[in-house]
Write a protein that binds this ligand. Structure first.
Ligand code: ADP
Ligand code: MG
Length: 696
């Protein structure tokens, strides 16, 4: 094929096809189908086999197929839902065709002896196997040929029928079959290295699979044709994130390099030495922020791995270099915890810290804004409130975002835009305790650099986790009595399926009262999301000071609580929480030297999936393994939340199934980087015009 002479199919508008007028064009545009190439990449969701007639006697439930036979009877069956039941017979057996919507004329036409050819899905019904509302027509010529090809089923939308879209794709496929014309942008050497099917062949195959194609393999998207496209699609996503990253790197940032005095003083007063992993990450961050291009680095570290001190050291470097630093957390309780920690560490060094949350209002807020604006506040800690429109920093050098997994790519970008000053962006450090599985850091987070704190501070003992049915609640209560009797403290976490916070809090109140009654010798406290911050803080303080033995809580304690003497945690209905959240909760114990225990008190009966998930919690305390498992069991949508996956809609690829493709893709992407034209074309082909996040 000489692609020089042919116009690429990405240059030919859909309007060139037969039957595409203005109205249809508009519908197609809405689907992102503007060119013949777009149509060719509008791939079938699945296929129907209408290529042969299946004997009725061999039908199994779920078979989607063509059958042909004679009408035995057509009766109206009365009942709650009146239906027309047509018995159909061939030489091998009988089935029922059932219609809930039908006309008298239709019934009359289905006279006994009429020969019908039908297509539909066999399902178990009242009379054995039944076809509900099958497509059917009377057979004039019993030898009339069936379809020659498998029938592709395309994604369609309102106003655009299957027949219509199929007709259009067929036209585009015909042109492709005749003259080729999809430019293959992957260098040949690379295709050979990864044994990829040629692009035109792959696309043709998927629109027109041969009749003997392995439909099972296709339905699982494991066919080489699909893998070829999945490879390119993942590459397209990766390239677009890479581009985003380059765009950002072209922006300037302040080089944060001070004289090191503050850092030295900070290290001297720190009551512990950094772990090797902490030191490594501190160095990685330092290297980044010394540069005049904005850092975008994700620090992953398990619960308790000591991320805060890494963030503090980064903030100190910004401050030392004469800039401000901001620390943002997604909830007030977590932000408060940072305020306390940073306050303890930085105030002795004479650094002014400002607090800004949604609840800071009126005069207080004005004063805070003034101090942020004139630069007297060197460090600002808070929630999203930090990034409201009227917050202006004097000169923000670094933004630290904790628990980033709750925010998506777009928010990530919005945040740093906030800090733009004289055309320069602040450096950004993102910290997450929910380990992001490698497959996702290589895809959804490919625009970030990653650091991992893969070591816990010394002296921690792994938490021993047990699963107990809630029928054994009395034993669990005894366990709490025993642990607290030995001078330890315990958490009792209540969860509820209801979204309502009010109900959750009510349940926690009930549980606290009940436990106080059963354990009269213990001092029982309660903390939940509806309490005022001051009340919450008072209870937490009391627990920290060991004025309380048992703390009953809703999941608000998930983050930010550090009480080393607490060595037992009971979690009610753990099956209702995500693994990441359970892992976070469990991280509240095991912070001291005593052996800690976590009791997952589930409600029977427990489904298979829940069992499997809870077993993971028992078997490992490694946050990364837990996250990988969670991904495996629930899929990326659930794990990341729909927000984050909003931009990760794949047509062919599946992060989990195609995880092995992600490994080479990183290398391939950097190999292709210099081929701007190819990168553009691949991105456009797969991400179309929806790549807003590429336009920072
Ligand atoms: P996380 O990564 O969960 O945010 P934190 O930063 O809250 O962890 O640290 C957990 C606890 O470990 C804190 O009490 C902190 O002071 C302590 N810590 C952090 N680093 C070390 C270290 N290198 N040695 C001993 N204790 C440490
Ligand atoms: Mg933390």
């Amino acid at each position: 094929m000489n692609s020089q002479q042919l116009r690429g199919l990405d240059q030919i508008a859909v309007t060139r096809l037969k039957g595409v007028g203005a109205a249809l064009e508009e519908k197609l545009t809405r689907l992102g189908l503007a060119t013949l190439q777009d149509l060719l990449f509008h791939l079938p969701l699945r296929y129907q086999d209408r290529t042969r007639i299946q004997p009725i006697g061999t039908l199994r439930p779920g078979d989607e197929c063509v059958i042909q036979g004679f009408v035995v009877s057509a009766d109206i069956v009365p009942g709650k839902r009146r239906s027309l039941a047509v018995r159909l017979r061939d030489g091998s057996g009988q089935v029922t065709l059932r219609f809930y919507h039908f006309s008298a004329a239709q019934k009359n036409a289905l006279k006994p002896g009429t020969e019908l050819r039908c297509f539909g899905e066999a399902r178990a019904g009242r009379t054995g196997l039944e076809f509900y509302h099958p497509e059917y027509r009377a057979v004039a010529d019993p030898e009339a040929p069936v379809e020659e090809r498998l029938t592709p089923i395309y994604p369609a939308t309102e106003g655009l029928t299957q027949t219509r879209i199929r007709g259009l794709c067929e036209q585009a496929v015909e042109i492709l079959a005749q003259q080729g014309g999809l430019r293959d942008w992957l260098p040949e050497g690379l295709q050979q290295r990864y044994q990829l099917m040629p692009l035109n062949d792959a696309v043709l195959y998927l629109h027109r699979p041969p009749t003997d194609a392995d439909l099972h393999q296709l339905s699982e998207s494991r066919h080489p044709a699909q893998q070829r496209l999945a490879f390119e699609e993942l590459l397209a996503h990766h390239l677009s994130l890479q581009r985003l990253r380059h765009l950002q790197q072209r922006q300037g940032a302040p080089a944060l390099k001070g004289d090191g005095k503050l850092i030295r003083r900070f290290m001297e007063q720190l009551p512990f030495a950094l772990t090797g992993a902490q030191q490594r990450v501190v160095d990685e961050v330092a290297r980044d922020i010394h540069q005049p291009t904005p850092m975008l680095r994700l620090v992953q570290g398990d619960v308790g791995s000591g991320k805060t001190v890494v963030a503090a050291l980064a903030a100190l470097q910004a401050i030392e270099a004469g800039y401000q630093a901001a620390v943002m957390a997604p909830t007030e309780i977590l932000a408060e915890q940072h305020l306390i920690n940073f306050g303890n560490w930085l105030e002795p060094l004479g650094i002014e810290i400002e607090w800004l949350a949604g609840r800071v209002k009126g005069k207080k807020r004005d004063e805070a804004l003034a101090r942020i604006g004139d630069g007297s506040a060197r460090l600002v800690v808070g929630t999203h409130a930090l990034f409201q429109d009227d917050v202006h920093f004097a000169e923000l050098g670094l933004v630290v975002v904790d628990e980033q997994h709750r925010f998506g790519v777009h928010q990530r970008l919005a945040l740093r835009e906030k800090g733009r000053h004289d055309g320069r962006l602040p450096h950004q450090l993102i910290m997450t305790a929910t380990p992001i599985p490698r497959t996702l850091t290589m895809s959804a987070y490919a625009d970030l650099d990653c650091s991992v704190i893969d070591e816990l501070p010394p002296g921690r003992t792994p938490v021993n986790t047990v699963l107990v049915a809630d029928s054994r609640r009395p034993e669990v209560v005894e366990r709490v009595r025993a642990a607290c009797g030995e001078g330890r403290q315990a958490y009792w976490v209540c969860t509820l399926i209801e979204e309502s916070e009010a109900l959750q809090c009510q349940a926690a109140e009930g549980t606290a009262a009940e436990l106080a009654e059963q354990l009269p010798e213990l001092k029982v406290g309660l903390v939940h999301g509806r309490m005022k911050p001051k009340e919450k803080a008072a209870v937490m303080e009391a627990f920290k000071a060991h004025q309380l033995d048992l703390l009953v809580a809703t999941t608000v304690i998930e983050v930010g609580v550090d009480v080393p003497n607490a060595s037992l945690m009971i979690i009610e209905n753990p099956e209702r929480l995500g693994l990441a959240q359970l892992h976070q909760l469990r991280g509240r114990v095991g912070r001291g030297t005593a052996v800690s225990h976590c009791v997952l008190m589930y409600q029977n009966p427990l489904g298979q999936q829940s069992k499997e998930r809870l077993r993971v919690m028992r078997e490992t305390t490694d946050g990364f393994r837990i996250a990988e498992k969670d991904l495996e069991i629930r899929g990326p949508g659930e794990v990341l939340g729909t927000r984050q996956t909003g931009m990760m809609q794949f047509r062919v690829a599946d992060l989990e199934r195609d995880a092995d493709l992600l490994y080479p893709i990183r290398g391939v992407a950097s190999e292709m980087q210099s081929h701007t034209e190819a990168c553009d074309a691949i991105i456009r082909r797969w991400l179309g015009h929806g790549v807003q996040y590429g336009s920072v």
